[in-house]
Design a protein around this ligand. Structure first.
Ligand code: PRP
Ligand code: URA
Ligand code: MG
Length: 215
Protein backbone atom coordinates (compact mmCIF):
# COMPACT_ATOMS: atom_id res chain seq x y z
CA UNK A 1 0.00 0.00 0.00
CA UNK A 2 1.42 3.43 -0.84
CA UNK A 3 1.30 6.30 1.62
CA UNK A 4 -2.06 8.09 1.59
CA UNK A 5 -2.21 11.78 0.74
CA UNK A 6 -2.37 13.59 4.09
CA UNK A 7 -5.88 14.89 4.82
CA UNK A 8 -6.64 17.66 7.31
CA UNK A 9 -7.02 14.94 9.96
CA UNK A 10 -3.43 13.74 9.40
CA UNK A 11 -0.86 16.33 10.44
CA UNK A 12 2.53 15.40 9.03
CA UNK A 13 5.14 17.34 11.02
CA UNK A 14 7.82 18.02 8.42
CA UNK A 15 9.98 20.48 10.37
CA UNK A 16 13.69 19.83 9.59
CA UNK A 17 14.62 19.44 13.26
CA UNK A 18 11.98 16.76 13.69
CA UNK A 19 13.05 14.95 10.53
CA UNK A 20 16.74 15.12 11.47
CA UNK A 21 16.19 13.63 14.92
CA UNK A 22 13.93 10.93 13.53
CA UNK A 23 16.67 9.91 11.08
CA UNK A 24 19.08 9.53 14.01
CA UNK A 25 16.53 7.37 15.84
CA UNK A 26 16.02 5.05 12.87
CA UNK A 27 19.74 4.17 12.85
CA UNK A 28 20.04 0.63 14.24
CA UNK A 29 23.36 1.56 15.87
CA UNK A 30 21.75 4.17 18.14
CA UNK A 31 22.08 3.11 21.79
CA UNK A 32 19.06 3.02 24.12
CA UNK A 33 20.39 6.18 25.77
CA UNK A 34 20.60 8.01 22.45
CA UNK A 35 17.23 6.65 21.33
CA UNK A 36 15.51 7.78 24.56
CA UNK A 37 17.12 11.22 24.46
CA UNK A 38 16.05 11.79 20.86
CA UNK A 39 12.53 10.56 21.55
CA UNK A 40 12.24 13.04 24.41
CA UNK A 41 13.48 15.89 22.22
CA UNK A 42 11.10 14.92 19.43
CA UNK A 43 8.18 14.79 21.86
CA UNK A 44 9.01 18.35 22.93
CA UNK A 45 9.14 19.56 19.34
CA UNK A 46 5.94 17.78 18.39
CA UNK A 47 4.18 19.20 21.44
CA UNK A 48 4.46 22.54 19.69
CA UNK A 49 2.33 21.30 16.78
CA UNK A 50 -0.16 19.18 18.68
CA UNK A 51 -0.99 22.01 21.12
CA UNK A 52 -1.21 24.68 18.41
CA UNK A 53 -4.98 25.18 18.81
CA UNK A 54 -5.09 25.01 22.63
CA UNK A 55 -7.44 27.59 24.13
CA UNK A 56 -5.79 30.59 25.80
CA UNK A 57 -7.17 32.97 28.37
CA UNK A 58 -6.13 36.58 28.73
CA UNK A 59 -4.77 37.37 32.19
CA UNK A 60 -3.65 40.61 33.73
CA UNK A 61 0.16 40.73 33.80
CA UNK A 62 2.43 43.39 35.26
CA UNK A 63 5.55 43.97 33.20
CA UNK A 64 8.25 46.20 34.70
CA UNK A 65 6.72 49.03 32.63
CA UNK A 66 2.97 48.47 32.27
CA UNK A 67 -0.03 46.33 33.05
CA UNK A 68 -1.33 44.34 30.11
CA UNK A 69 -3.69 41.51 29.16
CA UNK A 70 -1.59 38.55 28.05
CA UNK A 71 -2.49 34.96 26.96
CA UNK A 72 -2.00 31.81 29.04
CA UNK A 73 -3.01 28.18 28.60
CA UNK A 74 -4.63 26.07 31.31
CA UNK A 75 -2.27 23.08 31.27
CA UNK A 76 -4.34 21.19 33.85
CA UNK A 77 -7.06 20.74 31.24
CA UNK A 78 -4.68 18.69 29.12
CA UNK A 79 -4.16 14.95 29.63
CA UNK A 80 -1.22 13.13 28.08
CA UNK A 81 -2.48 9.55 27.80
CA UNK A 82 0.54 7.31 27.42
CA UNK A 83 0.01 4.00 25.64
CA UNK A 84 2.37 1.71 27.54
CA UNK A 85 5.15 0.99 27.34
CA UNK A 86 6.57 2.99 24.48
CA UNK A 87 4.33 6.04 25.04
CA UNK A 88 6.22 6.65 28.29
CA UNK A 89 9.27 7.51 26.22
CA UNK A 90 7.47 10.65 25.06
CA UNK A 91 6.03 11.76 28.43
CA UNK A 92 9.06 13.59 29.83
CA UNK A 93 9.41 15.72 26.70
CA UNK A 94 5.72 16.60 26.67
CA UNK A 95 5.76 17.45 30.38
CA UNK A 96 8.82 19.66 29.90
CA UNK A 97 6.67 22.02 27.83
CA UNK A 98 3.33 21.59 29.66
CA UNK A 99 4.51 20.75 33.20
CA UNK A 100 1.10 20.91 34.85
CA UNK A 101 -0.68 18.64 32.35
CA UNK A 102 -2.30 15.54 33.81
CA UNK A 103 -1.03 12.09 32.84
CA UNK A 104 -3.05 8.95 32.17
CA UNK A 105 -1.89 5.47 31.22
CA UNK A 106 -3.38 2.81 28.96
CA UNK A 107 -1.48 -0.47 29.24
CA UNK A 108 -1.63 -2.45 26.00
CA UNK A 109 0.58 -4.99 24.36
CA UNK A 110 0.27 -6.37 20.87
CA UNK A 111 -0.19 -10.13 20.70
CA UNK A 112 2.62 -11.17 18.32
CA UNK A 113 0.46 -13.88 16.66
CA UNK A 114 -2.88 -12.10 16.19
CA UNK A 115 -1.51 -8.50 16.23
CA UNK A 116 -4.53 -7.63 18.38
CA UNK A 117 -4.09 -5.26 21.34
CA UNK A 118 -4.40 -6.82 24.80
CA UNK A 119 -5.23 -4.45 27.66
CA UNK A 120 -3.54 -4.83 31.06
CA UNK A 121 -3.86 -1.41 32.71
CA UNK A 122 -5.98 1.73 32.56
CA UNK A 123 -5.85 4.85 34.71
CA UNK A 124 -7.03 8.36 33.81
CA UNK A 125 -7.46 11.54 35.86
CA UNK A 126 -10.89 12.44 37.28
CA UNK A 127 -13.24 14.95 35.61
CA UNK A 128 -12.43 13.87 32.05
CA UNK A 129 -15.45 15.77 30.65
CA UNK A 130 -13.53 19.03 31.01
CA UNK A 131 -10.23 17.79 29.63
CA UNK A 132 -8.55 17.50 26.22
CA UNK A 133 -6.62 14.27 25.71
CA UNK A 134 -3.50 13.71 23.65
CA UNK A 135 -2.93 9.96 23.32
CA UNK A 136 0.78 9.28 22.80
CA UNK A 137 2.57 6.28 21.33
CA UNK A 138 5.62 6.49 19.05
CA UNK A 139 4.28 3.78 16.71
CA UNK A 140 1.04 3.48 14.71
CA UNK A 141 1.44 0.15 12.88
CA UNK A 142 -1.73 -1.94 12.33
CA UNK A 143 -3.60 0.68 14.35
CA UNK A 144 -5.10 -1.93 16.69
CA UNK A 145 -3.44 -0.48 19.80
CA UNK A 146 -4.45 3.09 18.96
CA UNK A 147 -8.05 2.08 18.23
CA UNK A 148 -8.28 0.08 21.49
CA UNK A 149 -6.77 2.95 23.50
CA UNK A 150 -9.09 5.52 21.97
CA UNK A 151 -12.13 3.25 22.50
CA UNK A 152 -11.29 3.31 26.21
CA UNK A 153 -10.54 7.03 26.27
CA UNK A 154 -13.82 7.88 24.54
CA UNK A 155 -15.72 5.88 27.16
CA UNK A 156 -14.32 8.34 29.74
CA UNK A 157 -15.99 11.21 27.80
CA UNK A 158 -13.20 13.79 27.40
CA UNK A 159 -13.79 17.11 25.60
CA UNK A 160 -11.49 16.10 22.72
CA UNK A 161 -8.90 13.48 21.72
CA UNK A 162 -5.84 13.72 19.47
CA UNK A 163 -3.35 10.98 18.63
CA UNK A 164 0.38 11.79 18.61
CA UNK A 165 2.98 9.39 17.21
CA UNK A 166 6.38 9.46 15.50
CA UNK A 167 5.92 6.85 12.80
CA UNK A 168 2.72 5.78 11.10
CA UNK A 169 2.07 3.05 8.55
CA UNK A 170 -0.58 3.71 5.89
CA UNK A 171 -2.50 0.68 7.22
CA UNK A 172 -2.56 2.13 10.74
CA UNK A 173 -3.74 5.53 9.57
CA UNK A 174 -6.56 3.93 7.56
CA UNK A 175 -7.65 1.72 10.48
CA UNK A 176 -7.56 4.54 13.02
CA UNK A 177 -9.40 6.94 10.74
CA UNK A 178 -12.08 4.33 9.94
CA UNK A 179 -12.69 3.64 13.64
CA UNK A 180 -12.26 7.20 14.93
CA UNK A 181 -12.61 9.72 12.08
CA UNK A 182 -12.96 12.54 14.62
CA UNK A 183 -9.47 11.99 16.08
CA UNK A 184 -6.70 13.95 14.35
CA UNK A 185 -3.38 12.15 13.92
CA UNK A 186 -0.04 13.95 14.36
CA UNK A 187 2.99 12.10 13.01
CA UNK A 188 6.58 12.87 12.01
CA UNK A 189 6.58 10.28 9.21
CA UNK A 190 4.29 8.09 7.15
CA UNK A 191 6.34 5.03 6.22
CA UNK A 192 5.86 2.63 3.32
CA UNK A 193 4.10 -0.46 4.69
CA UNK A 194 3.95 -3.20 7.32
CA UNK A 195 5.86 -6.47 7.09
CA UNK A 196 4.25 -9.88 7.77
CA UNK A 197 4.85 -9.44 11.52
CA UNK A 198 3.15 -6.06 11.65
CA UNK A 199 6.40 -4.07 11.86
CA UNK A 200 6.66 -0.74 10.07
CA UNK A 201 9.00 -0.61 7.04
CA UNK A 202 11.48 1.01 6.88
CA UNK A 203 10.53 1.94 10.46
CA UNK A 204 12.79 2.00 13.48
CA UNK A 205 12.24 -1.45 14.98
CA UNK A 206 10.45 -2.16 18.25
CA UNK A 207 10.17 1.20 19.97
CA UNK A 208 9.55 -0.22 23.46
CA UNK A 209 12.53 -2.54 23.27
CA UNK A 210 14.79 0.22 21.99
CA UNK A 211 13.69 2.69 24.70
CA UNK A 212 14.01 0.24 27.57
CA UNK A 213 16.84 -1.97 26.25
CA UNK A 214 14.76 -5.14 26.49
CA UNK A 215 16.22 -6.87 23.46
O1 PRP B 1 -0.48 -0.32 15.69
P1 PRP B 1 -0.15 -1.62 16.34
O2 PRP B 1 -0.02 -2.74 15.35
O3 PRP B 1 -1.09 -1.96 17.46
O4 PRP B 1 1.32 -1.51 16.93
C1 PRP B 1 1.76 -0.40 17.64
C2 PRP B 1 1.98 -0.78 19.06
O5 PRP B 1 3.08 -1.70 19.16
C3 PRP B 1 4.01 -1.19 20.11
O6 PRP B 1 3.71 -1.61 21.39
P2 PRP B 1 4.00 -3.09 21.91
O7 PRP B 1 2.77 -3.94 21.77
O8 PRP B 1 5.26 -3.61 21.30
O9 PRP B 1 4.18 -2.87 23.43
P3 PRP B 1 5.38 -2.12 24.19
O10 PRP B 1 5.15 -0.66 24.03
O11 PRP B 1 5.21 -2.59 25.59
O12 PRP B 1 6.68 -2.58 23.58
C4 PRP B 1 3.85 0.30 19.97
O13 PRP B 1 4.37 1.01 21.05
C5 PRP B 1 2.36 0.45 19.83
O14 PRP B 1 1.67 0.48 21.06
O1 URA C 1 7.36 -1.30 13.76
C1 URA C 1 6.76 -1.41 14.85
C2 URA C 1 5.43 -1.87 14.93
C3 URA C 1 4.84 -1.95 16.15
N1 URA C 1 5.52 -1.60 17.25
C4 URA C 1 6.79 -1.17 17.18
O2 URA C 1 7.39 -0.85 18.21
N2 URA C 1 7.39 -1.09 15.98
MG1 MG D 1 7.09 -3.30 21.85
Amino acid sequence: MSAPTPTPQVHHVTHPLVQHKLTLMRNKEASSTTFRTLLGELAMLMAYEVTRDMPVQMVETHTPLETMQSPMIDGKKLVFASILRAGNGMLDGLLRVVPNARVGHVGLYRDPQTLQAVEYYYKMPADMAERDVIAVDPMLATGHSAVAAIDKLKAAGPRSIKFLCLLAAPEGIATLQAAHPDVPIYTAAIDRELNDHGYILPGLGDAGDRIFGTK
